[in-house]
Design a protein around this ligand. Structure first.
Ligand code: UDP
Length: 146
């Protein structure tokens, strides 16, 4: 097998959602990203706008959880993060765990720190991009100057 001569450094967009910021878990979530060996390329506390959220969650428009999701994402600041590293897109999703925090495995962010609060939307602490294309699109949305 030939050794690769260049390593593609991948980037992903992570959001600590309003429940994570409110519960004081931003530091713990950043710690887990760094402990895994990924690099923080940008970190910014932001108030989401309906315009950015409409684009960010465009694929979910029309679903029953869409309106409560947008309302939840506007309910407080989010910590927007760009993390870098080999395989970081899949790697962060693995760190985050399953969408439903009740089902998420122990050891994951959602499994260790999240739970079902009986609300209309899964308050599951974090977002992580799910592909190279969505990562670049989402980084452009949340960090237009990066
Ligand atoms: N969501 C929800 N109910 C559902 C599915 C999704 O409230 O039945 C919310 C949840 O906050 C989730 C977000 O919508 O994180 C985006 O859904 P997606 O399927 O993309 O999950 P993720 O990629 O965040 O795991």
């Amino acid at each position: 097998m030939t050794e690769p001569t260049t390593v593609t450094v991948e980037r992903t967009l992570v959001l600590v959602k309003p429940d994570g910021v409110r519960r004081g878990l931003s530091g713990e979530i950043l710690r887990r990203i760094e402990a895994k060996g990924y690099t923080l390329a940008a970190v910014e506390l932001q108030h989401a706008t309906t315009e950015v959220l409409a684009q960010h969650y465009a694929e979910h428009e029309g679903k029953p959880f869409y309106a409560p999701l947008v309302e939840f994402m506007l309910s407080g600041p989010v910590l927007a993060v760009v993390a870098e590293g080999q395989g970081v897109i899949a790697g962060f999703r693995s760190l985050a765990g399953a969408t439903d925090p009740t089902a998420a495995a122990p050891g994951t962010i959602r499994g260790d720190l999240g739970r079902d609060w009986g609300l209309k939307v899964q308050q599951n602490l974090v977002h992580g991009s799910d592909s190279t294309e969505s990562a670049e699109r989402e980084i452009g949305l949340w960090f237009p100057n990066l």
